[in-house]
Design a protein around this ligand. Structure first.
Ligand code: C5P
Length: 229
């Protein structure tokens, strides 16, 4: 058995050397990697280009959020890196700028609707008149209107996203935990099968694999759980 292209492994490691080592360990069990702010703050883009050159798919988790002109210029540079997915915050000006910038490239834009660390009380404190779920639904509709390719959402919101955005929209869900692994700090986790059944197109699953004694075997177990869904 080899990689399932719907499984994305976040390289949440302190250095690109350790990330590189993890990629070697996983071998053909994982074909899609997410590079987040921690590595992007050092030489994460160089690692992204290198892995892309080796045939891997790359998700750049930049979570861009700035004025439209700056997002457009930055997203254009990132589109030139030849990667596959890029996150931006789900504000209409930001999403429109990113969609404009990626034209003509293979890059797909994912919108981050509402950070899952925010509660309804936090949103009121920040001046929003919506619950988290209502704000997520509103932003999914806006994401579709802006022409972004998909969203990042918890498995709990995957069905809502699928209902609003239809079958072709990318729904990328972190918070995936096989029944045999620890929940860590993921409070609202779902198993790989349940996340796919709820409508996820891609699963982000990190520590159940990277913290396992045998990461390659753990990745293959997740791939086996995804099969048939
Ligand atoms: O190790 P674990 O499977 O929890 O990793 C999940 C990844 O998805 C991490 O890179 C984390 O930052 C990211 N993420 C998340 N929850 C969100 C958005 C992103 O866990 N709501």
């Amino acid at each position: 058995m080899t990689a399932d292209p719907r499984l994305i492994l976040p390289l949440d490691l302190p250095s690109t050397a350790e990330a590189r080592q993890m990629v070697e360990t996983l071998g053909d069990a994982v074909s899609f990697y997410k590079i987040g702010l921690e590595l992007l703050a050092t030489d994460g883009m160089a690692l992204a280009r290198q892995l892309k050159g080796e045939g891997k798919q790359i998700f750049l988790d930049w979570k861009l959020h700035d004025i439209g002109a700056t997002v457009e210029r930055s997203a254009r540079v990132l589109a030139g890196a030849g990667c596959d997915l890029l996150t931006v915050h789900a504000e209409p000006q930001v999403m429109q700028a990113a969609v404009k910038a990626k034209a003509g490239s293979d890059l797909k834009i994912l919108a981050v609707t509402v950070l899952t660390s925010l509660t309804d009380a936090d949103l009121i404190e920040m001046g929003y008149a919506f619950s988290a779920r209502d704000l997520v639904a509103r932003r999914i509709r806006q994401a579709v209107e802006c022409g972004v390719d998909g969203i990042v959402s918890s498995p709990q919101e995957a069905a809502l996203a699928r209902e609003i955005a239809g079958p072709d929209f990318l729904v990328v869900t972190p918070g995936v935990r096989p029944f045999w692994s620890a929940k860590n700090d993921q409070a609202r986790a779902a198993t790989p099968a349940d996340a796919l059944k709820a409508g996820a197109s891609h699963l982000v699953c990190g520590r159940p694999i990277t913290a396992a004694n045998d990461p390659r075997e753990a990745a293959l177990k997740v791939v086996a759980e995804m099969a048939g869904h």
